[in-house]
Design a protein around this ligand. Structure first.
Ligand code: VGL
Ligand code: ZN
Length: 208
């Protein structure tokens, strides 16, 4: 399918902590970087999302005595999976992967900055109320279609794709330009949810 001039590429959380060797490694997380760099050249509009947590963030297991990473607990806004400390603001782990080559990206949107609320989605925090402003930014620039790539397919990519649809965008996930954490069936569940919400799951070769 041809890429419309009203489409944007959203590159999600391709950061050192999410690649093997990082604090919350996504298997093969680094394998997608060359493909993302190639795909990005086909887009005029490129937006980067960056997980960007303060020290002591509510999503860190270390902030909840007695809990371990990957436990699920109840927070005021609902269920929260607890993670190892990752993507702490201004640390090397929070930096974008060094081989990411997106010179024409105009916006880096940082998320998960609220100490008490996680934000997998680049559009809406986990309280499902606080917006990041991304939807307004894209709409003011005439964007109606968002293609998503990055990490992790079953968390930040999925929630961003669902929220893009909910905000009225056409939404596509370029499946081979993503990798998943895949714990407790989260990948299969994510695919189901995205398909149910009208998110297009495509292969990079379909973009011409
Ligand atoms: C992510 C878990 C915690 C992601 C971010 O980028 O998918 N996952 N923070
Ligand atoms: Zn995070």
């Amino acid at each position: 399918m041809p890429i419309s001039s009203r489409a944007a590429l959203l590159v999600i959380d391709v950061q050192n902590d999410f690649i093997p060797g990082g604090k919350l490694p996504v298997p093969e997380g680094d394998h997608i970087v060359p493909l993302i760099n190639r795909l990005a050249r086909q887009f005029k509009q490129v937006v980067i999302a960056q997980d960007w947590h303060p020290i002591g963030h509510a999503s860190f297991a270390s902030s909840h005595p007695g809990h371990q990473p990957y436990d699920v607990i109840q927070l005021p806004y609902g269920e929260q999976t607890l993670w190892p400390e990752h993507c702490v603001q201004a640390t090397p782990g929070a930096e974008l992967h060094p081989e990411l080559d997106l010179p024409h990206a105009q916006l880096i949107i940082r998320k998960g900055c609220n100490p008490d609320i996680d934000s997998y989605s680049a559009f809406l925090e986990a309280d499902r109320r606080t917006t990041t402003g991304l939807s307004g930014y894209l709409k003011e620039r005439g964007i109606d279609t968002v293609y998503m790539v990055g990490l992790a397919l079953d968390f930040c990519v999925m929630y961003s794709a669902l929220d893009a649809r909910a905000a009225g965008f056409n939404a596509f996930v370029v499946r081979d330009a993503c990798r998943a954490i895949d714990m407790n069936g989260s990948l299969a569940a994510a695919i189901d949810r995205m398909q149910g919400a009208g998110v297009g799951l495509i292969h990079s070769t379909e973009l011409t």
